[in-house]
Design a protein around this ligand. Structure first.
Ligand code: SF4
Ligand code: SF4
Length: 92
């Protein structure tokens, strides 16, 4: 699930530009979801938002967790899907 913090969002458009699925649009200088069903939960929008205006929590399509656990067979440490085990900030 993705949530935009409207107080932090400047409408810079970086998240919309990096999203591979065209999920995000900029309307009235705010990032908004326009195509939520296509979101892969890849985390690219959050990683590239320099204003920390995006919160991303684990949902059914956490791509990072799918690659790590189902393809690479790496068991996550601790709780959650393990996205932040080897990064400063996980994708969810
Ligand atoms: S990158 Fe961050 S600040 Fe820029 S439009 Fe997206 S959410 Fe808003
Ligand atoms: S998590 Fe990935 S697919 Fe979903 S909105 Fe962000 S950049 Fe797009």
């Amino acid at each position: 699930m993705i949530h935009f913090n409207q107080k932090k969002c400047t409408g810079c458009g970086v998240c919309a530009a990096v999203c591979p699925q065209q999920v995000i649009a900029i309307q009235k200088k705010q990032a908004v979801m326009q195509n939520y069903r296509s979101c892969l939960e890849c985390g690219a929008c959050r990683q590239n938002c320099e204003f920390e205006a995006i919160e991303l929590t684990k949902g059914t399509g956490c791509l990072y967790a799918i690659v790590k656990e189902d393809i690479l067979k790496i068991t996550p440490k601790g709780s959650g899907c393990g996205c932040d085990d080897d990064q400063e900030e996980g994708c969810c």
